[in-house]
Design a protein. Structure first.
Length: 293
């Protein structure tokens, strides 16, 4: 196993952020760590990366204790943080080349740039890149050291649907070259699409673990109720959600086993496949949603 965690705990005073969790990550797989903000995902990842001390339990990453990191061990892992700020005045190639110099056996700079899909932007300054392109640059500097294990901490937060799908393609490309990936996310559809296995964490505890199809099959149906703003077409909403809606008075309702994905579509705008719906999404001013299980 690349990652082995047993009864891991982390407390901040009287607040227990991680409450005795256990899981493992096999070589070559994408392991999804799914949960809402504040669930304990980033705290766990920072412990495994060697940047935060644990309060209890045991952790092994690439056979070593991350609480006692060495330079050689750090050469074997790559990190993509939730937020990072690369030097905006450097070009993409200059940036990746600079980070390559930190490693004993880096990958070829141009190969890495092509791998993350920035070949046409290699001579562009980082400050001129779009948000999605900057995230690709973050991944480039994380993998230029040819890591055995890559930590991706909420890599698509704030992305529009099109940029998220592009990022997914890039992550799938990393899997294809044999990189083991530990992915944290609060998007259920992202975890389902990318992960070989998923652990769901809530309030510092793992509440479910397994393959995405196993977890999906165990879900109960949720009902989402909402009110359409004036001028919004019900048929367009149904087309975007890919499911029929029921009406009860002023409210419409949707029964679904994937409530997080449905709520994302309702609140974050249309997918690239439903460009005809963009007008009414931009006019939507008032949504009331509720869910019940």
């Amino acid at each position: 196993m690349v990652v082995e965690v047993e009864e891991l705990r982390k407390s901040y005073g009287d607040v227990e952020a991680v409450r005795g969790i256990s899981f493992s990550v096999a070589r070559g797989e994408i392991f999804g760590f799914l949960g809402p903000n504040g669930a304990g995902k980033s705290t766990t990842i920072e412990i495994l990366e060697g940047y935060r001390e644990r309060s209890g339990g045991d952790a092994r990453v690439l056979g070593a204790d991350p609480g006692r990191p060495t330079r050689a061990w750090r050469d074997r892992i790559g990190l993509v943080l939730q937020e990072s700020e690369l030097e905006p005045a450097l070009t993409v190639r200059e940036t990746v080349a600079m980070f390559a110099g930190f490693y004993a056996k880096p990958r070829a700079v141009d190969e890495v740039i092509e791998l993350v899909g920035l070949g046409e932007k290699r001579d562009a300054r980082v400050g001129s890149l779009s948000g999605g392109q900057r995230r690709r640059a973050d991944v480039a500097v994380a993998i230029v050291g040819d890591p055995e294990l890559l930590f991706l901490d909420e890599p698509t937060t704030g992305f529009d649907p099109s940029a998220r799908r592009e990022a997914w393609s890039m992550i799938e490309g990393l899997r294809a070259i044999g990189t083991t990936i530990m992915l944290t996310t609060h998007y259920m559809d992202e975890a389902q699409h990318l992960s070989d296995r998923v652990a769901i964490i809530a309030q510092g505890r793992i509440v479910a673990e397994g393959r995405p199809d196993e977890l999906g099959g165990s879900q109960r149906t949720a009902t989402i109720r909402f009110e359409l703003p004036d001028g919004v077409d019900r048929a367009a909403v149904e087309a975007e959600l890919g499911a029929p809606l029921e009406r009860a008075g002023a409210l419409l309702s949707l029964a679904t086993e994937r409530p997080q994905q449905a709520l994302y579509r309702l609140t974050a705008g249309p997918s690239a496949r439903a460009s005809s719906c963009r007008g009414w999404w931009s006019s939507a001013r008032r949504w009331r949603t509720s869910s019940s299980r």
